[in-house]
Design a protein around this ligand. Structure first.
Ligand SMILES: [Zn+2]
Length: 419
């Protein structure tokens, strides 16, 4: 049955997501290349769907079995050809393909929501760092011990609150610039290509900067942001006010027969004390006490863990009760956990496939495209997958195996419309 995973995946992405003739959109700077740019696209897309760990592995796998995915006149590219093509690849056609896939998923209502709101998280992460090589787009980081590393970082926007956790896009952080500056550019791009790309954006305390928040508000997108900096006036104001109040709401959540949470929320609107903010914000403080048991010195003892979160939001009390604000700020964690952790662990995002300003973006667009399509396939086409017990990594392995078993070129028609 292993065979079916790959064939079904390719048939599904062809039928539902890939626009007709899209491999012809590919353009690079090579003159009359023997291997067409569209072949490079397909090699990268399928290579990443199969979770290849390096360009060399992709070359080996492509040589061995990608012929079955390509039209008759085309042969699989070498690592050098992929490198050569990618450094002069046009990014706009790749983004056009990426956007087409996301828009199809959005129109078909395939994206998850939290209490009918579409929620996206924005965060930043390092892609790779090296001590030896650099390019025009490297961030130079000087360390205390006198060494210098060259790093590439990006900000991404990912849907949170359920499956599939679709990645809406990314933006490289340019040399000398911060996460919020790159994120403003990302928000502009997302808004330009998807319009209302989310109802709510949730971010960690590092993004609690007025220009970024004003920017989101100007696009009519709501914001939920964690506050940690005790020096901020709005934090002092809120803490002062809440210290004189009883909680606005308290509730209990049972986690298991022996563990439960007691949750208290303080909740006030109309805080004007955030310097530079164009509109007043609501602040919600959540205190969670987890009651459970721990084994201390061989004895079972009651253990209490206390956890405090302060959050600012543009959502009114009517639009979102404190329970929902709490869920949204907890779900933000998914961009780091199922997002970056999964991308680096299973899809090898932290590997430097090609170190060059354009090529590293080509790699990421195709990696994220493959990841999105893979998740859409597992969670929207193979609904039984969630209960199957298989991990995404095991499914990728089944697909790799299937590619070796399949003998004919019957798969190529799912990727190229001209064969
Ligand atoms: Zn670089």
């Amino acid at each position: 049955m292993s065979k079916r995973w790959l064939k079904d995946f390719l048939r599904y992405i062809n039928k539902v997501f890939l626009p007709e003739g899209c491999t012809k959109w590919a353009k690079d700077e090579r003159k009359d290349p023997e291997i067409e740019p569209g072949t490079i696209w397909v090699t990268l897309l399928i290579g990443f769907a199969l979770q290849v760990q390096s360009l060399e592995e992709l070359e080996r796998r492509a040589k061995e079995s990608f012929k079955k995915l390509l039209p008759r006149k085309q042969r699989p590219p070498s690592a050098d050809t992929i490198r050569h093509s990618s450094i002069g690849m046009e990014l706009e056609p790749i983004k056009k393909l990426y956007i087409a896939v996301i828009n199809k998923a959005r129109r078909s209502k395939m994206l998850p929501t939290i209490d009918h709101y579409r929620v996206a998280a924005i965060d930043g992460t390092g892609i790779f760092r090296t001590q030896s090589r650099c390019c025009n787009a490297c961030q130079e980081v000087h360390h205390q011990d006198g060494t210098t590393t060259y790093e590439h970082k990006i900000v991404t926007c990912q849907i949170v609150g359920g499956k599939p956790p679709i990645i809406l896009g990314f933006e490289p952080i340019k040399p000398g610039e911060g996460e919020t500056t790159a994120s403003k550019r990302l928000v502009d791009w997302l808004y330009q290509v998807y319009k209302h790309f989310a109802d709510i954006v949730v971010v960690d305390a590092g993004f609690a900067k007025a220009p970024f928040i004003n920017h989101l508000c100007s696009k009519n997108i709501h914001l939920v942001v964690r506050l940690k900096d005790k020096r901020m006036h709005i934090v002092k104001d809120a803490e002062g006010l809440f210290s004189r109040q009883v909680p606005a709401k308290t509730w209990r959540e049972d986690k298991s027969s022996t563990t439960h949470l007691d949750i208290s929320a303080w909740d006030e609107e109309q805080f004007n004390s955030w310097d530079g903010m164009k509109k007043p914000l609501r602040v919600v403080k959540i205190v969670e006490s987890r009651y459970g048991y721990a084994i201390v010195g061989g004895k079972r003892q009651e253990a209490i863990e206390r956890h405090e979160i302060l959050v600012a939001t543009t959502l009114s009390k009517n639009e979102a009760p404190p329970e929902l604000i709490r869920e949204i700020i907890h779900r933000r964690w998914e961009i780091e956990n199922t997002g970056y952790h999964e991308l680096k662990g299973n899809w090898n995002m932290g590997h430097c496939f090609i170190h060059q300003e354009v090529a590293f973006q080509v790699i990421l667009w195709f990696m994220f495209l493959a990841v999105n399509l893979f998740w859409l396939f597992l969670y929207r086409n193979r609904r039984s997958y969630a209960n199957s017990g298989f991990s995404a990594r095991e499914i990728a392995e089944k697909m790799r195996n299937a590619l070796e078993y399949i003998r004919d070129r019957s798969l190529a028609r799912y990727l190229f419309d001209t064969c």
